[in-house]
Design a protein around this ligand. Structure first.
Ligand code: FE2
Length: 372
């Protein structure tokens, strides 16, 4: 029997952050912990939220979430949560902050240490802290998804926190919060959204409504990513990219696949997730090319590609025109143990929803191609 999961409540518009006070009240949150990172404080994004609350709500701030989410970062946020006697969480940030919030909402109410729940997510119960997300990047879709990745240490492979109970209660998507995102992060997080839409669309999970959403996301990324990257103040492009990212998050409800397995394998480094995704995508799409024709044809149309350009080449051309790298080696990845990287890629839970899996030797070749 097919169960189609529902999305959280979503508020989407320029100025949507004004809805935060009402959402806190509706959930009985009197003292939220706003988790974020230093960069967003420096760029004045936290001030936008502060102004929207207009002195009406008490809140505490933890601004030490690292660039990639770690157990230590979540545990420090937990200390702040307890020290300030908070009763709910607001995450303001990109994927790292949003995923950290999912872990925090668990340990805020559960008796064990975080690692216990990462190793066995079945221990996560519905008794989690209230959780509101405010995405500041247009890419991860983490504002609405029920999974996330937390690294045990900064340069170790992430562990998944996958449970229906970590799905945020409300996502407030305000394109205004993305206006200061720098060009390269705009490009890389936007291409991550394309990766979610493509992997979700081709996955083996039955969910026709989400398939339609995934194709819509692909069209929006292709149409608006260059404008948003070249001119961050282009409000229409920012709004369309935030919608594409949200739709990419909806596509993740169908699962992901080998592209994210590869990004995870190379994620034992400080390298950016979205960039790893888009650098990994062409090799996987080439593998799919003769194996899942119908769905590839739909993606080809959604990307607006000409007859002579396949999807892999289309993505490579987008990466190049956005100024993104062409290989993981070019990104500065130091590791070179192909066998170990291949094993981590093959073992990834992301592969469970792949429409067709490469053999071990095909995986090794893909890893080699992506590494460059
Ligand atoms: Fe991703």
């Amino acid at each position: 029997m097919n169960i189609l999961p529902s999305f959280p409540k979503i508020i989407f518009d320029f100025g949507a952050v004004a809805a935060l006070a009402g959402e806190l009240e509706e959930r009985g949150i009197t003292r939220p912990l706003i988790i974020t990172d230093k960069g967003l404080v420096e760029h004045g994004v936290l001030d936008i939220v502060r102004n929207a609350l207009d002195g009406k709500n008490e809140f505490a701030v933890f601004d030490q979430i690292p660039e990639n989410p770690t157990i230590a970062g979540v545990e420090r946020a937990h200390e702040a949560y307890n020290a300030n006697e908070c009763d709910g969480i607001v995450a303001l940030g990109g994927g790292s902050v949003l995923d950290s919030g999912k872990a925090l909402r668990v340990i805020a109410t559960h008796p064990g240490r975080l690692r216990e729940y990462l190793e066995d997510p079945r221990k996560i119960t519905a008794n989690v802290a209230p959780y509101i997300t405010l995405p500041t990047t247009a890419g991860t879709g983490a504002e609405i998804t029920f999974g996330g990745g937390i690294h045990p240490e900064a340069n170790a492979h992430s562990l998944g926190i996958r449970s229906p109970h970590v799905k945020p209660d409300v996502a407030i998507c305000d394109p205004q919060l993305t206006l200061t995102l720098p060009p390269m992060l705009t490009a890389a997080t936007g291409m991550d959204a394309l990766g979610h839409a493509i992997e979700g669309y081709v996955s083996n999970v039955f969910n026709p409504p989400c398939e339609a959403i995934a194709l819509d996301a692909i069209g929006r990324v292709v149409t608006f990513i260059e404008r948003a990257t070249k001119d961050g103040s282009d409000r229409e492009a920012r709004s369309e990219m935030l919608m594409a990212a949200l739709e990419g998050g909806m596509a993740i409800y169908m699962g992901l696949g080998p592209i994210h397995a590869l990004a995870n394998a190379f994620g034992d480094s400080p390298l950016h997730h979205g960039t790893l995704v888009t650098v990994s995508a062409p090799a996987v799409m080439r593998f799919y090319e003769t194996r899942i024709d119908d769905k590839l044809a739909d993606i080809h149309v959604a990307m607006g590609l000409g007859a002579g350009t396949d999807i892999a080449t289309g993505i490579e051309e987008m990466n190049a025109s956005l100024g993104l790298p062409g290989s993981v080696r070019e990104m500065g990845y130091a590791g070179s143990d192909l066998d170990a990287l291949t094993l981590v890629t093959i073992d990834s839970h992301f592969n469970a929803s792949a429409p067709v899996l490469p053999s071990d030797s095909e995986f090794r070749q893909i890893v080699e191609d992506v590494l460059g």
